[in-house]
Design a protein around this ligand. Sequence first.
Ligand code: AMP
Length: 173
Amino acid sequence: MSPLEIKSLIVDVPDFPKAGIVFKDITPVLANPVAFNAVTEHLAEHASRMTCDAVLAIESRGFIIGAPLAQRLKLPLHLVRKRGKLPRAAITVRYELEYGFDHLEMHSDAIRRGGRYLIVDDVIATGGTAAAVASVVAQQGASVAACLFLIELKFLAGREKLGNVPIFSLITY
Ligand code: AMP
């Protein structure tokens, strides 16, 4: 299935979760096994051209995209979670939201110095979330091989926050 066909399944939900936001609902893609498999295949095809040590998947819809991708690429999967969810010692990063701040965490042993990581999420909007994860990777002496997204909201210019990290998004708006 082509990216354009996958795009036709994504539903725009105006004013969710709050007024002014057009939420990209990917659940019809997940409910279509051919489409969901094609998402994994397209992203894996792109990532297979790079040298990577592991996938970092961002809570929560990034888990859904990142888990089958890590399996397809035969790479370790690490979870980037909301604060307080991980059971062992974790690294915390604070990042800016539209209004206020939030925190993400990774297990301290998830990132190896000198390693190359794929950051995966469903959507890049302002880029703040992915940039926060990229900053932790850099702080640990590792590098980001690429950031992979199912959807990029280009009009929000999120990729500018990621500097010269390679970014691949399957579907753009
Ligand atoms: P940002 O940090 O602004 O790039 O936001 C990215 C995160 O917010 C991702 O984890 C997305 O799941 C979620 N997100 C932001 N905007 C949307 C949107 N319009 N539709 C669906 N998810 C979104």
